[in-house]
Design a protein around this ligand. Sequence first.
Ligand code: ADP
Length: 648
Amino acid sequence: MSKGNIGVTSDNIFPVIKKFLYSDHEIFLRELISNAVDATQKLKTLSSVGEVKGDLGDLRVRVSIDKNKKTLMVSDHGIGMTAEEVDKYINQIAFSGAEEFVNKYKDKTEAIIGHFGLGFYSAFMVSKKVEIFSQSYKEDAKAVHWSCEGDPEYTMEETIKAERGTDIVLHIDDEFSQYLEDATIEGLLKKYCKFLPVEIAFGKKKEWKDGKEVELDEENIINDVNPAWTRKPSELKDEDYDKFYHELYPTQMDEPLFHIHLNVDYPFNLTGILYFPKIKSNLDVHRNKIQLYCNQVYVTDEVENIVPEYLTLLHGVIDSPDIPLNVSRSYLQSDNNVKKISGYITKKVADKLAELYKADKEEFAKKWDDIKMFIQFGMLTDEKFYEKAKDFALYKNLDGKYATLEEYKAQVKEAQTDKDGNLVLLYTNDPDAHYTYIERAKAKGYDVLLMDGELDVHCMSQAEQKHEKLRFVRIDSDTIENLIRKEETAKDSYSNEQKEGLRKAFEGQLPSDADKLRYTVTCEAAAADALPVFLTQNEFMRRMKEMSAHQQGMNFYGNLPDSYNLVINTAHPLIQELVNKETSEQVEEEVEKKDGDETKKETVIKTVCKLEGEDERIKQLIDIALLASGQLKGEALAKFVNRSVELL
Ligand code: ADP
């Protein structure tokens, strides 16, 4: 037996390893199983080049728990290690690797992606003692037994081991007794090892029989050694992709809408499958996430710094040995490989969507509502994606017809271009509430878009910036005559004084919740068959308010009260009747007048119009306007109903 001292420089490395990333000590299992899988793959390679002769036999990696001895064992039939190799790889290289890693990162509070690089020594995070029993594949090699109790001392001796390969035995620390529970280990294996390329067995398969769970003879294999993303796209059918989707997310019920198979080996190596999920609401967007693998070993499902944010809405897997895993998350984004990978994925996704759109526009339109949020998010945050997506991003009108912006512009160009050459696109976010406005627009031969998505307002603003002379206006933001001005606005024959009298009379009867809502009363000759009084809401102010809800630093708009225009339609007979009831009187008024440098006061005679005794009728007209835009509720609605009955 030989004794040795691992202490390369420091002997405080073990306590550091033990405490290292306290919350994530579970990665030890992944590290040990990765080593076992590597050793097995190496053996297969040696056999394929003829360096190992004969049948390789059983190559399964087995994980087992001995509750009495309080040990957890990872056992493989790979290449194994000779005493010299244990000395070299475990005592020297692995240790110095671990030391370097810990020294580099022990003060970093920010998580290192996947904590790769700690390797074999991560076993000491949860063990008071670790043993290696190994028999090398090499002829004449003697089996070796290595043991270390978590301090810089180890022992190494010759032993007898019947089978080729390595057993790593962890004597689990009392405080980590959860790693002696079957359920914990099975959970970790399912998380980290589900798609490893060598079979991993843990215990026996179980089955329910007569209300009892019984063990079968068959071993319980954790993993699928040939996951879909490692296979050639030509070998796979749509069903295979769907099946794999459910393998990846066992609790997901919906089928994915479509998939993209990623496969590059130059200038970086990357494989994977991305799925477009059905996104029903913002809530389940992040329930299932893209999983990142490194050579089929699960690393993380936090891929935020690896793919653009909008792509994190997708599901699926990315597998790449070229994503640096032992660097901090913030470093990742500036890594050149990661930038290239992210660019590649963006391009692939955009190309796939373009291809689907071209292949079958109707099918694509059917899926639009489900993928819209994702595409819009991409267009708003990634200029390169925008450039491609603008050719397949769709707009939907109230008849349920879809068109790209260019197509739609061409369709409505003739009818909806105003006298200054602006193309005005009308939209609603709530067809029921805007019913009367929509009817008026349709009567004029205009088309109305349905824009009720969470990102629609932002996308409209973006489109306006990208297209000259293009404006989107919500159908209730002004009279239809003003929204698309064809010629000079119609004039009425009333004097300014008459209109002022009318305005004052209406102002006096406005609802009193003025802190939350603000009304500006105006007179306009809309059309005789439009409502006598109606509400409009300024497009710019409303949009600023809506957009500020999503953005920081725009609180100024967010805090403003909702403001509406109450438009008195002077072209309507009812309003004309009211004007005719106005009385006018001449009043004297003092006004200041400038005479050279001096300001003089002067008395002038003014005409003032008044409308009296019509309060109830005016209240009724205002309520009709509120009702028509869905704003009359509660007590105000009850009052309106009672007043209507009385008037009848
Ligand atoms: P890494 O796996 O990153 O090289 P480790 O510390 O995990 O670092 O392992 C160090 C070395 O020890 C490995 O490269 C390998 O040569 C050897 N080794 C570890 N586990 C095994 C095993 N189960 N079978 C054969 N060799 C192993």
